[in-house]
Design a protein around this ligand. Structure first.
Ligand SMILES: Cc1ncc(C[n+]2csc(CCOP(=O)(O)OP(=O)(O)O)c2C)c(N)n1
Ligand SMILES: CC(=O)[C@@H](O)[C@H](O)COP(=O)(O)O
Ligand SMILES: [Mg+2]
Length: 641
């Protein structure tokens, strides 16, 4: 389908074109930009509501600032579609998040306007401050550095670490706090309450009006001088004491809150702030999903709705002709409730992903036992550790790639103290369209090096349930990782009775004679498919679902290496340091010399695309596994990786 941009937008190839327009024309640019995002995302998919919410901000920023010389850093980057469209990627926007197409997030090698690669939250203030300090060092005093951060991303420790530094740094940085009261789910925590107070309290609204009146008195086009800045500050102090504003207390000049959908006001304010040197924060209030009524109403659903009919708002769902397996996240969400009903020590924790992890089911049913702690992975892990010291059985559910943030907490607070926290690492393996920032590629490698930790991965829903059941039993006294992928499982009838699985025990799926294929996790189903193909060719592969990376099922491995001189390992995780590496270590330790081939994520960055496209690229889709098996059966015995 050919989607055309509106008459003004189609003339804007770069921000320089935007800057040629009059301020009055910006309304039309905003309308057309919003419409283009709706038109494209409805048929091509992607994140939706966040970009709609910052249309005016995006236009105002590129209108007022001299990008890319002035450096604009988007936090998370899921809201940067308007930015992409205005900065040379309007016509390629329909390839957004597609294999070989443009990325769904800002990316340095995609455009000079993308100053910093993002995907994970709360990095923007540090990055912009770093750029600002470098500019200062280089004597580029006219250069502006702007971080745009959401109220959700602002809850993370990293954002506060950066604020703590920015307040005393001699650097020209503007932080724009885009406050829409939403994370993916409704935002949580004391900071959110504080921001709500600011935006609703009469004192602050008077302050806002005073600020605006003062700004309004400035001659149009005149630069904001230090004298004006101090006059403005004096007026701020007249209505609110410095210590009562969090950001002012951190030595950050605070401006706002202002309406982030009033393009004229935004552009004028940014123009004025541009000339105030040093660290400053502008608080804008926006509506996530602005301009698309359904998205404004149900912001969580419309965060990333999938394909939809832009006229009726119907979100397209495939209508299956037979019962479908559930998503792994839902198996987790329902199973934790079943377990918690029997074990009153069970607690559920998610850092800002109640819908994505499906912990929301438990939060609704057992609100005193399941918590969303905001975008705070490190805190989530140490909070779980604290609870575990008091005998709680905490299921701490974190997406694998976001868990990277909490590596030290996993080591220092959980593993060294050998606390039996259960880490359910959702979205483990290649996740697809979100790309490299979100692939859960490394958890096996980085968790495997830590003593005391049990690492498991279910091949299907039944195994996920049984691993969750086993992890919460009193006899488990160790940190326990259960990693599972994004998306659907394989068992429509998934609510099976619980059975304990002893840590470090695998299972033989099929016996064979020619070669052994060892798999870990869901990828075992690809091996099953590959085996069907190989068997129809007259080959006899054996298949073992190892279930645990640590401890390994050593008895099973002795059987494998005694019987087979050719072995393949398969994992949906990085080859370097992963499951296959663990098998190599076992072989070395026990002097086995079988020929072995390791399939998994290779040692390079895997970009975005459909999961199947990426599995194929990495060579461990069913066809790739079958191909590798045939190749190995043809080769003489040598060790290759
Ligand atoms: C470290 C990390 N944890 C979790 C996420 C998942 N995530 C992406 S966007 C988002 C909500 C961000 O809220 P906010 O910053 O307020 O932006 P909004 O969507 O409201 O514009 C979350 C939790 C992430 N990208 N990075
Ligand atoms: C931007 C971001 O980090 C999230 O929106 C992420 O894309 C969610 O991923 P899932 O769709 O797998 O929940
Ligand atoms: Mg928000």
């Amino acid at each position: 389908m050919n989607i055309t941009a509106g008459s003004l937008l189609s003339q804007i190839n770069y921000p320089a074109d935007l800057r040629k327009l009059s301020k009055d024309q910006l309304h039309q640019v905003c309308d057309e930009l919003r419409q283009y995002i709706i038109d494209v995302v409805s048929v091509h998919g992607g994140h939706f509501a966040a970009s709609l919410g910052v249309v005016e901000l995006t236009v105002a920023l590129h209108y007022v600032f001299n990008t890319p010389y002035d450096q604009l850093v988007w936090d998370v980057g899921h809201q940067a579609y308007g930015h992409k469209i205005l900065t040379g990627r309007r016509d390629s926007f329909p390839t957004n998040r597609k294999y070989k197409g443009i990325s769904g997030f800002p990316k340095r090698d995609e455009s000079e306007y993308d100053t910093f690669g993002v995907g994970h939250s709360s990095t923007s203030i540090s990055a912009a401050l770093g750029m600002a300090m470098a500019s200062h060092y280089k004597g580029e005093f006219d250069r502006q550095h702007i971080a745009v951060i959401g109220d959700g991303a602002m809850t993370a420790g990293m954002a506060f670490e950066a604020l703590n530094h920015a307040g005393v740094a001699n650097a020209n940085v503007l932080i724009i706090l885009n406050d829409n009261c939403m994370s993916i789910d409704p935002n949580v925590g004391a900071l959110k309450e504080y921001l709500t107070d600011i935006t609703t309290s009469p004192t602050y609204n008077k302050l806002r009006d005073d600020v605006w009146n003062l700004l309004g008195k400035l001659p149009v086009g005149k630069r904001f001088t230090r004298e004006m800045a101090s006059k403005l500050e004096a007026s701020l102090k007249g209505v609110v004491s410095k210590s009562s504003n969090l950001f002012e207390s951190l030595q950050m000049r605070y401006f706002g809150p202002i309406d982030g959908h009033n393009i004229t006001k935004l552009a004028d304010t940014l123009q004025d702030l541009k000339d105030i040197p040093g660290p400053k924060l502008l608080h804008i209030v926006t509506t996530k999903g602005k301009g698309y009524a359904l998205a404004e109403k149900d912001q969580t659903t419309w965060h990333a709705p999938g394909l939809f009919d832009k006229i009726t708002g119907e979100i397209f769902k495939k209508i299956p002709d037979r019962p479908q397996p559930p998503k792994y996240q839902d198996v987790f969400g329902h199973t934790i409730i079943e377990l918690a009903e029997k074990n009153d020590k069970i607690i559920g924790i998610t850092p800002a992903m109640p819908s994505g992890s499906s912990l929301k089911f438990m939060m609704e049913k057992m609100p005193d036992r399941a918590f969303d702690v905001g975008i705070c992975e490190q805190h989530a892990v140490t909070l779980s550790a604290g609870m575990a010291t008091q005998g709680m059985r905490v299921f701490c559910n974190i997406y694998s790639s976001f868990f990277q943030r909490a590596f030290d907490q996993a080591v220092h607070d959980v593993a060294i103290q050998d606390l039996p926290v259960v880490f359910c690492l959702d979205r483990a393996g290649l996740v697809g369209e979100d790309g490299p920032t979100h692939h859960g590629a490394y958890d096996i490698a980085y968790m495997r090096s830590i003593p005391n930790v049990i690492i498991s991965a279910p091949m299907n829903e039944e195994e996920l349930r049984n691993l969750m059941y086993s992890a919460q039993l009193e006899e488990n006294t160790h940190p326990y990782v259960i990693r599972y992928p994004r998306g659907q499982g394989v068992m429509p009838e998934w609510r099976t009775p619980f059975k304990a699985i002893k840590a470090g025990t695998g299972r033989k799926i099929r016996d064979g004679k020619d070669i052994a294929i060892l798999s870990i996790g869901h990828i075992g189903n690809f091996v099953t498919e590959a085996c069907k193909e190989l068997i129809s060719d007259g080959l006899q592969p054996a298949h073992y679902d190892m279930r645990f990376v640590k401890p390994l099922d050593e008895a099973m491995l002795h059987e494998v290496f005694s019987k087979f001189d050719k072995v393949i390992t398969v994992e949906d995780g990085s080859i370097k340091g992963g499951f296959g590496s663990a098998i190599l270590e076992f072989m070395a330790e026990h002097h086995y010399t079988s020929k072995i081939r390791i399939l998994g994520i290779p040692d390079r960055i895997i970009e975005h695309g459909k999961p199947d496209e990426l599995f194929r690229e990495c060579g461990y889709d069913p066809a790739g596994i079958a191909r590798a098996t045939r190749e190995m059966l043809r080769e003489k015995i040598t060790v290759t990786i």
